[in-house]
Design a protein around this ligand. Sequence first.
Ligand code: MRU
Length: 358
Amino acid sequence: MNVNGIATRTIAPLPDCSGVIIIDQTRLPFRYELRTLRGLSDVAEAISTMRVRGAPLTGATAAYGVALAMNEGVDLDLACATLVATRPTAVNLAWALTRMKSALAPLPAGERRAAAWLEAAAICAEDVEVNRAIGRHGAALIGVAAKNKAGPVNVLTHCNAGWLATVDWGTALAPVYAAFDAGIPLHVWVDETRPRNQGASLTAWELKQHGVPHTIVADNAGGHLMQHGRVDLCIVGTDRTAANGDVANKIGTYLKALAAHDNGVPFYVALPGSTIDWSLADGRAIPIEERRPEEVTCMTGETTAGEVVTVRVTPAGSPAANPAFDVTPARLVTGLITECGVCAASREGLLSLYPGRG
Ligand code: MRU
């Protein structure tokens, strides 16, 4: 992705391996600020406060968290336990930590530090290639939609499953970028995605950086747009996909899938293989993160004077609940777009692309 015309990744190690540079996503879209994480506690804080977020980027950041922990001489098991406790829903976190542990545990203590930096870099490099492949497969679907209509293809997406949620490209937005770069005319409906507004603040920001035509809509607008033929397909990401194709994603995804089903709009979910939890037969046991009620009762914005402020938007004292994800049943999902191709949202579909798993 380009930021102000410069090719950029969401996470990068310092050349001397003394730290890791991230984009502080809590500051977007008002400020583009880089931040250097210097140790395990910095990384744990950055993930739990969502300075970095999105399933694949959370995993990549945790991998660098292990590398920083090795710099500090922290015990490997303790480092992994600290990092896996930061957020519960996205399985990429546990996936990346398991991979780091498998790479490091067999090594003598003196060799772990260098190996950790190499393995974290490998996880990031693979994420970029996997997302590029998701983009290729998903762009073909957008291309088919383009053949069947005059004018731009209208894609609706929820939350941010773009470049900012991964090391590069994104999952749900990778097909959008690939199709756009190939000259397919398209337009993206961006759900604002309350309570944290990842759509309005992050997806809109990165689409704008890349020059992709888009329109932000209130979360409740999607059903109306679909009823009026203004959405050709939905593409969203996922934080954990069960072996039967049920998908957990940002709260509100399920309602979009219901509306898409009712209106005959194809509903695709884009994911890397690292987001599949083969240990779960279906989505019922996916842990759903409950976040602070203040994310619902308050909103952050920029005043006309350019000051970034947080204000309460609810009556003082009214309680609020904040489930951060929901599960969309596989029966509402038209297809899963993965790095290995597109498949049905079912055990058979997933096994056709990942034989021997599960
Ligand atoms: O709470 P967040 O912002 O981490 O949630 C992100 C999402 O729900 C994304 O859709 C998901 O992680 C897929 S990211 C490629």
